[in-house]
Design a protein around this ligand. Structure first.
Ligand code: ADP
Ligand SMILES: Cc1cn([C@H]2C[C@H](O)[C@@H](COP(=O)(O)O)O2)c(=O)[nH]c1=O
Ligand code: ZN
Length: 201
């Protein structure tokens, strides 16, 4: 089983492609995005990185992982800005893609069609287990999808779900370990049942 592409020809040949890194919270999406972008920089490729302006958790401008890996980025409000800001670039990185509008799918296609390597990281599911924003569409058009996993904090199995531990029904709620925990399917279903039980008490 190949988890991550280490194909250096694919990494460096100037041919457009779309790579998606998806999974739950704490699954290593941002670390993997930063790793690929830093390798591209070592290969002297011109790299531009974007994140949604609403994601101000760790930093206004930088992309920062839960383990404090950092790469500088441009915060933007709308996916259309990516086309405006991107010229003379080999690689475009996009973090927290779930927060962008559906236009991101077409933007990524246009970039790849123009020979740019696009690497997108984002949550595939929200706290309810539903597909999140443009992520399912991005997975559909991607040349390569890497699904990464956290460790379930209840049982130690691989986690695919982000369980919200505070009461809030909005789809978008920025947060960290105080608001979310990564769980496997079994532990997630149990946690949801317990949440419903508590709500009805
Ligand atoms: N339950 C967990 N399972 C795996 N990693 C965890 C967990 N809790 C905290 N971490 C930390 O989160 C890091 C991954 O952070 P990050 O790349 O920002 O994830 P993501 O972008 O998917 O939320 C791991 O290297 C690890 O240090
Ligand atoms: C599940 C879920 C998460 N969020 C927020 C919480 C964090 O601010 C980000 C995810 O960050 P990460 O790099 O993947 O850890 O998204 C949300 O708004 N709604 C949700 O359902
Ligand atoms: Zn579990």
């Amino acid at each position: 089983m190949v988890l991550f592409s280490e194909d250096h020809i694919q990494e460096t040949k100037r041919r457009g492609r779309i790579e998606v890194i998806c999974g739950s919270m704490f699954s290593g999406k941002t670390e993997e995005l930063i790793r690929r972008l830093k390798r591209a920089k070592f290969a002297k490729q011109r790299v531009e990185i974007y994140k949604p302006a609403i994601d101000t958790r760790y930093s206004e401008a930088d992309v920062v992982s839960h383990d404090s890996n950092i790469i500088s980025s441009t915060p933007i409000d709308s996916s259309a800005s990516i086309l405006l800001f991107t010229s003379e670039i080999d690689v475009v990185g996009i973090d927290e893609a779930q927060f962008f509008d559906e236009g991101l799918i077409d933007v990524c296609n246009q970039l790849a069609n123009n020979g740019i390597r696009v690497i997108v990281a984002g949550l595939d599911m929200d706290f309810r287990g539903n597909p999140f924003g443009p992520m399912p569409g991005l997975c559909a058009i991607a040349d390569e999808v890497s699904k990464v996993h956290a460790i379930c904090v209840k049982c130690g199995q691989l986690a695919s779900f982000s369980h919200r531990t505070v009461k809030n029904d909005k789809q978008v709620l920025l947060g960290e370990t105080a608001e979310y925990e990564p769980l496997c399917r079994e532990c997630y279903l149990r946690a949801i049942k317990e949440d419903q039980q508590t709500a009805s008490d």
